[in-house]
Design a protein around this ligand. Structure first.
Ligand code: DAH
Length: 340
């Protein structure tokens, strides 16, 4: 028996040598100490041992069990330590590593300008109206005092869809839709995309405009000038002045082109204002009687002014952008600069 036990001890020591994980340790332990393990088998063999020798043999086997448990405990401790270290290593966080950056978006300069314009004009009591981008000839031209044979149609290169349908060339079309549906007093602001067959550094086939229309009793050119002064100061700076130059638009009479004093040089003359001290920013005028009449508004009772400006043009002036293409290409390197 003693010999058997010695052999088993050697076997156990040999077996634990190749144990590398808790799982293997458990399996090996069960092989010897489990219910059907080799140590337990020895106990089962007790039946054949003469009765008087049983206590002594039992003690030897029990000592073996205690010894074996000690061996396994020792190994278990070592393995646990190794495994814990491995886990710590695998889960380690290097706090000195640079963090992952989450890219955030920013408003497009066009949106910035559009929002600023909306905020300025809604502060003056304007409501927003958005008309359709596909218009018919009547709203885009005829009702705006520009009948088919009118030379002013050549001022804008129009994309026609059918003989009657077109991509609107101006947000002015919205003026008609509003006046047809609303009685004065009217005070609306109409932002939106417009289309023209035009393409160079300062023109794009698609661009955005912001239209304004005020109709009420006793509205004068003075009201227009006063409102524009206020607008120019808010968008370009407190010291900016405005001036009106005579111009021509079929739907306004008189028509004006509105300049602001150059906010870059203060009016002395620089590259931005091409040495003139003034920068053209929008078209405006008193709504033509024919236009009011055509919409069912009595021109003897009511008068109004209208204005229209290019949002990209304002953005280019405000941010010193020299090519309109930059506003449409979506180049992140360009757009990043407008992140505040
Ligand atoms: N619709 C004109 C254009 O696109 C701009 C404009 C001029 C609008 C005068 C107006 C206005 O409302 O009164 O060139």
């Amino acid at each position: 028996m003693q010999e058997k036990i010695e052999q088993l001890k050697v076997k156990i020591l040999e077996a634990v040598k190749s144990v590398n994980s808790s799982k293997e340790l458990h399996e090996t332990k069960m092989k010897f100490l489990g219910k059907t393990g080799e140590v337990s088998d020895l106990l089962k063999g007790m039946r054949e041992v003469p009765k008087e020798e049983r206590p002594a043999v039992g003690k030897i086997i029990n000592d073996l069990r205690v010894w074996a448990e000690g061996v396994f405990d020792e190994i278990e401790e070592k393995i646990k330590k190794i495994e814990l270290e491995a886990r710590y290593k695998a889960e380690a966080i290097d706090v000195t590593l640079p963090g992952k950056k989450t890219a955030t978006g920013a408003y497009h300069p066009n949106t910035l300008v559009k929002n600023e314009l909306i905020s300025i004009f809604s502060g003056m009591g304007f409501e927003i109206f958005e008309g359709p981008e596909i218009e018919n000839d009547y709203y885009n031209f005829t009702a705006l005092n520009t009948p088919a044979d009118h030379p002013a149609r050549d001022m804008q290169d129009t994309f026609y869809i059918t003989e009657d349908l077109l991509l609107r060339t101006q947000t002015s079309a919205g003026q008609i839709r509003v006046m047809e549906n609303k009685k004065p007093p009217i005070k609306i602001l109409s932002p939106g995309k417009v289309y023209r067959s035009d393409d160079d550094a300062t023109h794009s086939p698609m661009f955005s405009q912001m239209e304004g229309l005020v109709v009420d009793e006793g509205v004068t050119l003075c009201d227009l000038k006063g409102m524009l002064d206020e607008f120019a100061k808010k968008i370009f700076g407190e010291n900016v002045k405005t001036r009106l130059r005579p111009s021509y638009f079929p739907f306004t009479e008189p028509s004006v082109e509105v300049d602001v004093s150059c906010f870059e040089c203060g009016g002395k003359g620089c590259r931005l204002c091409k040495g003139t001290g003034w920068i053209e920013v929008l078209g405006a005028g008193m709504v033509n009687r024919h236009v009011l009449e055509g919409c069912g508004v009595d021109p003897d009772k009511y008068s109004g002014f209208a204005f229209g400006m290019g949002i990209e043009r304002i953005a280019m002036l405000k941010y010193g952008i020299n090519n309109m293409k930059l506003l449409f290409e979506g180049d992140v390197r360009f757009l990043k600069q407008f992140k505040d």
